[in-house]
Design a protein around this ligand. Structure first.
Ligand SMILES: [Zn+2]
Length: 366
């Protein structure tokens, strides 16, 4: 959904045009390919007519949408700004018309919540007490909401120290400047990996391994990629440009442009990835840059969770007791302290007085 919003005044204008007595305003989450948004409605009781008895009718007031769910990855929500605004509008309407404001999920998006008219069919989530219509999926628990189900699963991985050491970060380093230029769960997804001799150590010692690709090696990689591209271009076939359904990108390789299909053509996608890596490497060499590759060893979901909590929720540093209390009911204080100690050993966290901070190394493996 495009960014849309409406105001309290707009809502009042709609409600005053509707015939009937307002009974409730409701805010309900919905989602599309671009993410979650909120829909607001008013429920009115129609007049009693001899040909038609009173009934509850729902009218749409408007939608609130503030942008895609990329926000989730940046750790900026909750609070969802649309939920904050809906609460403000809903409370004002509730006051003006002396009616209920029904917003079953004000913290997190959820489309399993009941509408106001089906409240009686709803149950309360056993964990967060939110009203929900129990799911009919055979794979999900019926007594909790989807969000709490995900939280339980996440907590279970944190409790059981499920291994979590895939995830490689690739940085371009020029002087003191570090730029993250790629993340992949498997090293072989990077086209440059073919030219780098790396064997993941199966050691359980927690730590970060950084591979620095020096100038000579950078040239070796560029040469290797160049040969691979030339080899692939021998069998290059131009896309059918009459087909309006395909999207084509123009990719430059050594002063020549190639039309490559962005989807549904494995060969074109491969060439595109190779040329992208080649151009990036050549550019880096020209500017005296190096690749720094960060591998994690022996990390678990527990490490990842604590590192993320300090990094994102606490913006880089936190007091020990803040970290401990974040895991209330999931981990004991000594389990948290032990993990902090291990992350310190792995040089991802450091202590100063009672403050824990994420190191540069710690930030680069997230
Ligand atoms: Zn819940």
């Amino acid at each position: 959904m495009q960014n849309t919003k409406f105001t309290y005044k707009d809502a009042v204008a709609v409600i005053d045009r509707i015939k009937g007595t307002p009974m409730a305003v409701e805010a309900i989450w919905d989602g599309d390919t671009q993410g979650w948004f909120l829909m607001m409605f008013v429920v009115v009781k129609t007049k009693n007519r001899f040909w038609k008895p009173r009934e509850a009718k729902t009218y749409h007031l408007g939608n609130l949408s503030f942008g895609g769910d990329i926000r989730l990855f940046n750790g900026t929500v909750p609070p969802y700004p649309e939920a904050v605004l809906a609460t403000e509008i809903g409370n004002k309407l509730s006051e003006k018309y002396k009616i209920e404001f029904f917003f079953p999920s004000p913290i997190n998006p959820d489309d399993d919540c009941p509408r106001w008219t089906e409240k009686d069919k709803a149950i309360r989530c056993a964990d967060c007490e939110k009203l929900i219509i129990p799911t009919d999926s055979p794979y999900l628990p019926k007594d909790i909401c989807y969000n709490c189900h995900l939280t339980r699963e996440k907590n279970e991985r944190v409790k059981s120290k499920t291994p979590h050491d895939d995830g490689i970060n690739l940085f371009l380093c020029q002087g003191n400047e570090f730029k993250n230029i790629g993340y992949a769960s498997k090293f072989k997804s990077f086209p440059i990996s073919t030219y780098i001799d790396y064997q993941k150590r199966n050691s359980l010692t927690k730590g970060v391994e950084v591979i620095v690709i020096e100038n000579e090696k950078m040239k070796f990689i560029a040469k290797g990629l160049e040969e691979a591209i030339e080899n692939e271009l021998l069998s290059y076939k131009e896309p059918n440009k009459d087909d309006s359904h395909i999207s084509i990108e123009k990719v430059a390789f050594k002063d020549q442009e190639y039309d490559l299909m962005q989807r549904f053509n494995d060969h074109h996608e491969k060439i595109s990835r190779l040329i992208g890596a080649y151009n990036q490497t050549v550019h880096a060499i020209e500017n005296g840059g190096q690749y720094h590759i960060y591998f994690k060893n022996g990390f678990t979901y527990r490490d990842d969770s604590i590192l993320r909590f300090v990094s994102f929720n606490k913006k880089g540093s936190a007091r020990t007791d803040e970290v401990v209390s974040n895991y209330d009911g999931v981990l004991t204080a000594s389990e948290v302290l032990e993990t902090i100690e291990e992350l310190k050993e792995a040089k991802c966290l450091e202590f100063r007085n009672d403050i824990i901070s994420v190191t540069e190394l710690g930030r680069r493996v997230l």
